[in-house]
Design a protein around this ligand. Structure first.
Ligand SMILES: Nc1ncnc2c1ncn2[C@@H]1O[C@H](COP(=O)(O)OP(=O)(O)OP(=O)(O)O)[C@@H](O)[C@H]1O
Length: 309
């Protein structure tokens, strides 16, 4: 549901009084979060909600579990990070004519960008109360080459960093692993160009592009503060200049919160974006590489209800 000012409004609550939750847990997410998950689940029971726990066994499982969950489930709760949430969103969006459970989140991943955007609480009892009794609000996800995303779709340096960051290092040092890989990419300074078509009219050349749905990026950074997850609109973030110096300027801009003032950077609102470059170039969706150029990006055909304050 969207208000006249474009912001998301709380949906009417069609969920049953004693909610039935399906908790989809990625046991490989984050680093040391098992105790926190156990505390949230125990609080959920105290709140009178029922839950079933399904652990994923491999990448892709969360999507199948969310897509195939039965009509008795009110909320598909992801206990994991943005990658597992992305899979669950793809599963829920594929339900087409089937009843659509709301998406809930227990943020136990490494970066948890969506939960930051939605202001999902961390404290076990507060989070459990929200999942058991809280209202839903509608979000609008993006869709890139048929795959849905709630945060962003990126090509260029960003996608290459995601593609090459070592999972082992991410397990050891968390988000810093991306910084390490980012420095490597900066030193390598490989030049790249992409042709970006915005809403079928404007055509721009850029060295990196991030199409944002969320106002947050990589944690607390903001590339497009005007991005709103509750509206059916994309924000195209264009890094027009390439080369080490410009990249350094962009990084400083991001770090200081003044990216919008940096030369060679601009954003544009859009409903449809297409990006071409060298075939075989990777793109990333919500922090995981999910395919190669060329890319056609739009907005999902229907809103997705999420449990959020
Ligand atoms: N049981 C599993 N074994 C291996 N990989 C899994 C399993 N379940 C899910 N995955 C994959 O792990 C990837 C990363 O997990 P997830 O995003 O939940 O945690 P994270 O990487 O620690 O957090 P974030 O994405 O917030 O940084 C997901 O993209 C998913 O495909």
């Amino acid at each position: 549901m969207t208000r006249a000012d474009g912001s998301a409004a709380a949906s009417e609550n069609h969920l049953s009084p004693a909610r039935r939750l399906l908790v989809i847990h990625n046991p490989t997410a984050g680093r040391t979060e098992r105790r926190h998950l156990a505390a949230v689940l125990s609080e959920i029971e105290k709140q009178g909600a029922q839950f079933r726990l399904r652990e994923t066994a491999s990448a892709g499982d969360a999507e199948h579990v969310a897509r195939d969950c039965g009509p008795d489930i009110d909320v598909a709760v992801v206990a994991g990070g943005d990658g597992t949430i992305n899979e669950a969103i793809n599963g829920l969006m594929a339900r087409e004519q089937l009843p659509l459970p709301a998406l809930g989140i227990i943020p136990i991943g490494t970066t948890n960008v969506l939960s930051r955007d939605l202001r999902i609480p961390r404290q076990a009892d507060v989070l459990a109360r929200l999942l058991a009794h809280g209202q839903t609000r509608d979000i609008h996800v993006g869709c890139a080459n048929g795959r849905y995303f709630s945060l962003m779709c990126g090509v260029g340096m960003d996608a290459h960093i995601v593609n090459r960051t070592s999972l082992r290092l991410k397990k050891k040092i968390g988000k810093l692993a991306y910084v390490v890989q980012g420095l490597r990419e900066l030193v390598a300074g490989v030049p790249r160009r992409y042709r970006v078509e915005i809403d079928g009219s404007e055509v721009v050349e850029a060295s990196s592009v991030i199409v944002a749905k969320s106002r947050f990026y990589g944690g607390e950074f903001q590339l497009a503060p005007q991005a709103a997850i509750g509206t059916p609109e994309l924000q195209v973030c264009l890094f027009l200049r390439g080369g080490r110096l410009s990249t350094l300027i962009y990084i400083i801009g991001m770090g200081t919160g003044h990216l919008d003032r940096m030369p060679g950077y601009r954003t544009a609102a859009a409903r449809k974006v297409s990006i071409v470059g060298h075939d075989g170039e990777p793109f990333q969706l919500d922090g995981d590489c999910q395919g190669c150029l060329p890319l056609d990006i739009g907005v999902g055909e229907r809103p997705l209800p999420v449990i959020a304050p």
